[in-house]
Design a protein around this ligand. Structure first.
Ligand code: GTP
Ligand code: SPV
Ligand code: MN
Length: 589
């Protein structure tokens, strides 16, 4: 069966097959028949467990290897021609050296196994802004997950055509050994190579590898931006819908914000939030001089723990059918998935994420903190009707945010585009379980792109600054922090649905509808401008004041940390940003 006459693609598949020596080559044509066959095979081999057909139709549970539960930033490489191009925040190796290192790892790695060829599209197939990729893998879990996360099948091959180009992605599970694990990008060749992992962001190559690391380089060259951002729309009681894009680091609240359910009082008045995307945004100058955002993905790869009918009903409902659950608890009684925070009743007869008999009362968590659901976007009850609009949606505000126990206030607005780029460049956040390594350690994570920028971060900042010349009517830039804690370590701001109150201020400011107070770091809300109706008991005006306060001593330390971080880039840091840093240091004197 020949599905394509694209010589480049056929030659590459041939070359990979010679290297990895699979038993069969299977082209993923997008047919349900083939998927059904693969699902059955995966169930037979134990790679996936079919869940309760009544409660979770067409849903599966998968467990990754114990040593393979998150992205591995230490083993992720950007192999651009020079180290300088990758910059000081990326691991780099000479491309030819890296290929020589990887080659023996792939050699014969698919012997006795089937090799799958997955043609996929990031963006609506055939639309002017879609980009195509082909992933070769030896994992059925990857095939089935890619089918949820991206648009897959014959139509993509047709769109690529005989001569068309595509991003090459080669994934092999191999031994799943940690020492041999590599997630490697060759931006100048539009190629990704991933080996010895079976986990989400390491192996679903359309996501972080293509749609951020490779795409950020394409964006630099073609005049657009690939960002780690959710996109949402808010409809107000007057029926107008406005959109914003927000960059938070991994496991810092993008999916939750993207699917926000407004507080009851807001819903009664007619406020509504629409999800356009929950993780990745491609931003382009639009024909009317505004910035437009498009979600290139087709599904959600969401954090499971903490997701419940109260915190994020839309995510939960999205994953009720046609979804895959990874590293969650398996409730054997009901044959359903469970995780901490789903409800208050951990199942009595259950296996933990490792597949061991699990007793909740013993105190050990049952689901891995980075356990995830893979769910089709089409399932989302609040999916925006603009989700598949190939033009994307016009963006009124860009929001940066991180997980900060202190320092960063609940919300502030930047003074200008270049100050906003500065605010993004100084983002700091406490690390989470989304990446291997220590959790809760503060690190600088500019624009939430530290692990995802495919080139020198300083050039990336310049690219952001340059948008000012390309887009006459740019969005306003804001910063938020839902995660300030009190002396007992408890979150002060209720968050989740109540973040609507902050979004409302952001939109009002973006449209110059209300005034604000200028302080040392930007504009903050005037007293009374963040609506507290309905949460007055929890957040008094004094508490809100505290949430918005700037602690000069903490900010002096912050500025010092930023200076050290900038120093890594030498004289490549754009002057506009060093100017902003000087101003911040002055303000905190
Ligand atoms: P990635 O998929 O890794 O990029 O993560 P994400 O940014 O989409 O994060 P997600 O929305 O899945 O949230 C991660 C964690 O943050 C979950 O445990 C949430 O419960 C928690 N969280 C999200 N929003 C809020 C909030 O407003 N307040 C508080 N306190 N926690 C929140
Ligand atoms: C993240 O870590 O930001 C994720 C999950 O969205 S992964 O796809 O593993 O990168
Ligand atoms: Mn993410």
């Amino acid at each position: 069966m020949t599905l394509t006459n694209n010589k480049k693609l056929l030659a590459w598949v041939d070359e990979v097959a010679k290297l990895t020596t699979p038993k069969n080559i299977i082209w993923i044509d997008g047919s349900e028949e083939l998927y059904e066959k693969l699902r059955r095979e995966a169930v037979e081999s134990g790679e996936m467990i079919r869940l309760n057909e009544e409660k979770y139709p067409n849903c599966y549970l998968h467990r990754s290897a114990l040593n393979d539960v998150a992205r591995v930033e230490g083993r992720t490489f950007i192999c651009s021609p020079t180290k300088e191009e990758a910059g000081p925040t990326n691991n780099w190796m000479d491309p030819e050296e890296m290929k020589a290192l990887l080659r023996p790892l792939y050699e014969g790695s698919m012997a006795g196994k089937d090799m799958y060829v997955i043609p996929y599209s990031m963006g609506v197939v055939g639309s002017p802004f879609a980009k195509y990729g082909v992933e070769i893998t030896d994992s059925i879990y990857v095939v089935l997950s890619m089918n949820i996360m991206t648009r897959v099948g014959k139509e993509v091959l047709d769109a690529i055509g005989e001569e068309g180009d595509f991003v090459k992605g080669l994934h092999a599970k191999s031994e799943l050994s940690e020492e041999g694990r590599y997630i490697v990008h060759f931006p100048h060749e539009n190629t990704i190579m991933s080996i010895n992992s079976g986990y989400g962001g390491n192996v679903l190559l359309g996501k972080k590898c293509f749609a951020l690391r490779i795409a950020s380089c394409l964006g630099r060259d073609e005049g657009w931006m690939a960002e780690h951002m959710l996109i949402l729309g808010v409809t107000n009681p007057e029926g107008e819908t406005k959109y914003l894009a927000a960059a938070f680091p991994s496991a810092c609240g993008k999916t939750n914000l993207a699917m926000l359910v407004p507080p009851e009082g807001y819903r009664e008045k007619g406020w509504k939030v629409w999800c356009v995307g929950d993780d990745i945004a491609w931003l382009r100058p639009g024909p009317d001089g505004r910035l437009y955002a498009q979600n290139p993905e087709y599904g959600f790869f969401g954090v499971a723990p903490g997701t419940n009918m109260k915190s994020n009903p839309n995510a939960l409902l999205s994953s009720r059918k046609d979804s895959i659950f990874t590293n969650v608890v398996h409730d054997l009684e009901n044959n359903t998935p469970w995780w901490e925070g789903l409800d208050k009743n951990p199942p009595a007869n259950a296996l933990n994420w490792k597949g061991e008999k699990w007793d909740a009362s013993a105190g050990e968590k049952g689901a891995h903190p980075n356990s995830r659901f893979t769910a089709p976007a089409a399932n989302c009850p609040c999916l925006s009707d603009k989700y598949e609009d190939p033009q994307g949606v016009p963006i009124s505000a860009i929001v940066f945010g991180g997980r900060r126990a202190k320092t960063a206030p609940l919300v502030y607005q930047s003074r200008s585009w270049s100050h906003g780029v500065f605010v993004g460049s100084i983002m700091g956040s406490e690390t989470t379980a989304a990446a291997a390594g220590a959790v809760g350690v503060l690190r600088r994570d500019p624009m939430a792109m530290l692990p995802f920028c495919g080139y020198n971060m300083a050039d990336y900042w310049q690219h952001w600054l340059d948008m000012e010349d390309k887009v006459p009517n740019l969005p306003k830039i804001f910063n938020v922090n839902w995660f300030r804690t009190d002396d007992e370590g408890k979150f002060i701001w209720p968050g989740f649905g109540d973040n609507m109150r902050v979004l409302r201020w952001i939109f009002d400011r973006a449209e110059d509808k209300i005034d604000a107070r200028e302080n040392q770091i930007g504009y903050v809300p005037l007293p009374g401008d963040i609506d507290l109706e309905g949460i007055e008991d929890e957040v008094t005006p004094e508490i809100l004041e505290g949430l918005l306060a700037v602690d000069k001593e903490l900010w002096r330390q912050e500025a010092e940390g930023i200076r050290q971080f900038y120093a890594k880039f030498g004289d490549k840091v754009p002057e506009k940003l060093t100017e902003e840093l000087k101003r911040l240091e002055e303000e905190m004197k």
